[in-house]
Design a protein around this ligand. Structure first.
Ligand code: NI
Ligand code: MN
Length: 225
């Protein structure tokens, strides 16, 4: 599969079977996004929570017939009420989609639309695709159960918010990697706004100091995993 980083918390996965999965597509109002909503399409969109920088351009990108939006029940009902096709799940639950498996995990965060409507809890997700486990924690503070998530779903890749202020910062992010124990850590959720400025290279240096692999993906960079 191919993994592309579209900046902030947005990743695009293209599977060998030509399924496209977008996570948290915040593009049009994101100064760092290398692509805009008009440039992308997706078979599936995972939305970790309803904040504008995660729900992002989901309503513009999703095709009402072809795209399945994966998220917690309350947010799924929001999409369904607007005529979109959402798959209702909830934290702790997993489901086999055509591309692989999605399992929602806890996130210590909130989930309100830009209009101020509460959309249930924020979540993270473990995606199992082509035998690999990818953990996208969404926006969250550190929590000790990351260790359990990693033990029960041995992680190949973990995307780690490091921007601080709204989520973990670098120090907590490194500890999160130690707890979840992925083969490779990739920093996210930094530099989009002045308040979340952070140095992803410093994060990776500290992750390597605990004996783990870390990759700083450039905005728009695509790797085969
Ligand atoms: Ni948020
Ligand atoms: Mn955020």
């Amino acid at each position: 599969m191919r993994l592309q980083y579209l900046s902030h918390s947005c990743f695009m996965i293209n599977t060998d079977a030509n399924q496209t999965i977008l996570i948290d597509p915040f593009l049009d109002d994101n100064p760092n996004a290398p692509l805009k909503s008009k440039d992308v399409s997706a078979d599936f969109i995972v939305v970790t929570h309803a904040h504008g920088d995660h729900l992002g351009d989901t309503l513009k990108i999703a095709d009402k017939e072809k795209t399945t939006i994966i998220c917690v029940n309350e947010l799924a009902e929001y999409f369904n009420s607007k005529g979109y096709k959402a798959h209702n799940m909830h934290i702790g639950g997993s489901y086999d989609f055509v591309f692989g498996r999605a399992k929602l995990t806890i996130a210590h965060h909130s989930s309100f639309t830009p209009e101020g409507e509460c959309m249930g809890p924020a979540a993270g997700v473990v995606l199992t695709i082509e035998g690999k486990n990818l953990y996208h924690p969404g926006d969250t503070g550190i929590f000790y159960d990351m260790k359990l998530i990693g033990e029960m779903n041995p992680l190949d890749y973990m995307f780690v918010p490091i921007g601080d202020n709204y989520t973990m910062g670098i120090e907590d992010g490194v500890k999160a990697v130690e707890l979840a124990n992925p083969k490779v850590a990739i920093p996210m959720h930094y530099d989009t706004f002045p308040v979340i400025k952070a140095d992803p290279s410093l994060f990776c240096t500290k992750v390597r100091e605990i004996g783990k692999k870390c990759i700083v993906m450039k905005y728009g960079e695509e790797i085969t995993i």
